[in-house]
Design a binder for this molecule. Structure first.
Ligand code: ADP
Ligand code: ADP
Ligand code: ZN
Length: 213
């Protein structure tokens, strides 16, 4: 199964993608997570990506495509994957379609987690991420068992630099300009499914599993 998660920053793509990955036994591939791991490890790619991410801008397609094609080449992608945060531009979507087509393959679904802008700022304000494993929480909507500590690995939870309100606004603008057009793109491909992302985490997941079977 090959899936793409669509939705605004903070819509819950990552939260749902992790649950899908666990249920269907496919890898969760988040370009944001891969960029953040590169930043943490001080790689050249991380250094380049950071300049864009800190401003709420997209990393250039060229860098992002090189990164993701490299990831697809790994063995665990043989049975599919759930993509979270990629593609984010029409050019990225076209590159993905073309590279799958070369192998006689195609995506199964693009799932749009639909959340209006009004809810996004509230979601981002309460998001906390594990510095160690990337686990994601919300102080109100999805709190960890122990405040400030990751349930999964005991790591420390922190606020992402790009989740500060001014940067969130910029990211929403970038989303509407560059990523939202993908909804029409995948609708035209006949694989778009939309779920209401404003309900609680388990209800969103139930709607997704209904689609995936
Ligand atoms: P969120 O899940 O909140 O939308 P991500 O972790 O997916 O955030 O992405 C964080 C940042 O990483 C983005 O704002 C962007 O700068 C960069 N990024 C992630 N994926 C891509 C991509 N496919 N193309 C370009 N930039 C990306
Ligand atoms: P994205 O990957 O789309 O940026 P996340 O999965 O990181 O979004 O979720 C953003 C924030 O909202 C996190 O703090 C997460 O715990 C919280 N969240 C995710 N899904 C829901 C939901 N259905 N209701 C309320 N909060 C949610
Ligand atoms: Zn953790």
């Amino acid at each position: 199964m090959k899936l793409v998660m669509l939705g605004a920053p903070g819509a819950g793509k990552g939260t749902q993608a992790k649950m899908i990955a666990a249920k269907y036994g496919i890898p969760h591939i988040s370009t944001g997570d891969i960029f953040r791991a590169n930043i943490k490890n001080g790689t050249e790619l991380g250094e380049k990506a950071k300049q864009y991410m800190d401003q709420g801008l997209l990393v250039p397609d060229e860098l992002t495509l090189a990164l993701i094609m490299n990831r697809f080449a790994q063995d665990d992608c043989a049975n599919g994957y759930v993509l979270d945060g990629f593609p984010r531009t029409i050019a990225q979507a076209e590159a993905l379609t073309a590279s799958l087509k070369e192998q006689g393959d195609a995506l199964d679904y693009a799932i749009d987690v639909d959340v209006p802008d009004e809810n996004i700022v509230e979601r981002m304000g309460g998001r906390r991420a594990c510095v160690n494993c990337g686990g994601t929480y919300h102080v109100l909507f999805n709190p960890p068992q122990k405040s400030g500590i990751c349930d999964l690995c005991g790591g420390e939870l922190s606020i992402r630099k790009d989740d500060l309100p001014e940067t969130v606004k910029k990211r929403l603008t970038v989303y509407h300009e560059q990523t939202q057009p993908l909804i029409d793109y995948y609708n035209a491909e006949g694989i778009l499914k939309t779920v209401d992302g404003t309900v609680d985490v388990n209800e969103v997941f139930a709607a997704i599993t209904e689609i995936l079977g």
